[in-house]
Design a protein around this ligand. Structure first.
Ligand SMILES: *Cc1c(COP(=O)(O)O)cnc(C)c1O
Length: 415
């Protein structure tokens, strides 16, 4: 055995081994998974736009008009009219002065944090922020202070003692947390950022297209457009395509174009992906019923789960984590749900903290309410058979664990 085989065997022993599952056909409410038709309950294609006919046709037309790839990075010859049109449209959508596209949300977080903070600066990061924020903070080489999840008291204490006028400070948060579906206290964060002269960066990956007026995001929902310094969104989730955007003041965007390494040293997004996102955005703006249908479906699934005895969820969003605790139990529940034709991927450390493995259910606007209700019954029955629903229903332990120090997936913590 090589050392890698040994490490793989260790992952298998500890219930953390991962493998790829194969989906055939578009990301609809139902997919063919490893050859079987299943109800899809773990896609971020929240509005069904990835398989929308108009979006697919826009991508196809763009491939014919502009080609399959951009051929170069943005600063060389890769900036094409379709990129510029999408950026203008996104800036208007987010009510900001300017916008710049990135290759993905992951890259956008590397680019923004790496450009806005450096050695001598401090990044204040929520304990449950997405891994791309954690990695972006590492790339920046700034000090990172990890505040307790959603805890503005803790953040405020750290801000008071953490930085002086001469250090740059960045507060960064998911707006809707990717694995728990709960919301960041954006108004308080904006207030703290202003009082302490820190920049506020908000990652709207799960809020774009799903939250706020017309699906304009949680920042718009909180009335903070123009207050938050940098808004990051992905094109890969509700907008059904691939890529990401950063909306900010014109000077901030010009700075990112000069300093964000993932933008400078990586090929521009492919024209079909940009065109698909542009059409998805037009559909979102002209069909406000779409995000409403998503919210309705989320409410249907949430109340069906609560009738089955799951503890009250921390979220009022379309992300509904069923916290099981042990990673092997989460995998068993996932596999038994699959054998009943329901696909909800088990999420384990390091994606979530130790002891909080879960099925992360996500609803889509394209689900039927009856199939969501049936899925809640099926999953809950299986969870009871496995003995994880009762264990989870008495609450305490999983929630206590969630406040424990972050696992391996975390940059150095300095107070
Ligand atoms: C998914 C996600 C990202 C990464 O976006 P991609 O476009 O998929 O790379 C960034 N931040 C958060 C909070 C996410 O959930």
């Amino acid at each position: 055995m090589t050392d890698l085989d040994q490490r793989l065997a260790e992952l298998e022993r500890s219930g953390l081994y991962r493998r790829l599952r194969l989906v055939d056909g578009p990301q609809g409410a139902h997919v063919l998974l490893d050859g079987e038709r299943v109800l899809l309950l773990c896609s971020n294609n929240y509005l069904g736009l990835a398989e929308d006919r108009r979006v697919r046709e826009a991508a196809a037309a763009a491939a014919l008009r502009w080609g399959a790839g951009a051929g170069a990075s943005r600063l060389v010859s890769g900036t094409m009219t379709v990129h510029r049109r999408l950026e203008e449209r996104l800036a208007a959508f987010e009510r900001t002065e300017a916008c710049v596209l990135f290759g993905s949300g992951y890259l956008a977080n590397q680019g923004v944090l790496g450009a806005l903070a450096g050695p001598g600066d401090i990044i204040y990061s929520d304990r449950l922020n997405h891994a791309s924020i954690v990695d972006g903070a590492r790339l920046s080489a700034a000090r990172t202070f990890v505040y307790d999840h959603g805890d503005c008291e803790h953040l405020s204490w750290a801000l008071r003692r953490g930085h002086t006028e001469s250090t740059g400070a960045v507060i960064v948060t998911d707006s809707i947390f990717s694995m728990d579906g709960d919301a960041a206290p954006l108004a308080e964060l904006a207030d703290l950022a202003e009082r302490h002269h820190a920049r506020l960066v908000v990652d709207e990956a799960h809020a774009t297209g799903t939250r706020g007026p017309g699906g304009r995001g949680a920042v718009a929902g909180a009335g903070l457009e123009g207050v938050v310094d940098v808004v990051i969104g992905t094109l890969g989730k509700a907008l059904g395509s691939y890529g990401a955007y950063v909306c900010a003041r014109r000077s901030t965007v010009r700075y990112l174009i000069n300093r964000a390494r993932p933008l400078i040293f990586s090929t521009a997004p492919p024209p079909p992906a940009a065109a698909a996102a542009l059409t998805a955005l037009e559909i979102l703006e002209s069909e406000p019923a779409l995000p409403r249908r998503l919210l309705r479906n989320a409410a249907v699934l949430r109340s069906a789960l609560s009738r089955e005895g799951w503890p009250k969820l921390p979220s009022d969003t379309h992300i509904l984590p069923l916290i099981v605790g042990d990673c092997a139990d989460a995998v068993r529940l996932c596999e038994s749900a699959l054998s009943e034709g329901i696909f909800a991927q088990a999420i384990r450390p390091p994606t979530v903290p130790q002891g909080t493995s879960r099925l992360r259910l996500t609803v889509m606007a394209t689900h039927e309410t009856s199939e969501l209700q049936a899925a809640a019954r099926t999953i809950s029955g299986l969870a009871r058979d496995l003995g994880v629903l009762a264990a989870s229903a008495n609450g305490g332990s999983a929630r206590a664990e969630r406040r424990a120090p972050h696992a391996s997936d975390r940059a150095a913590v300095t107070a």
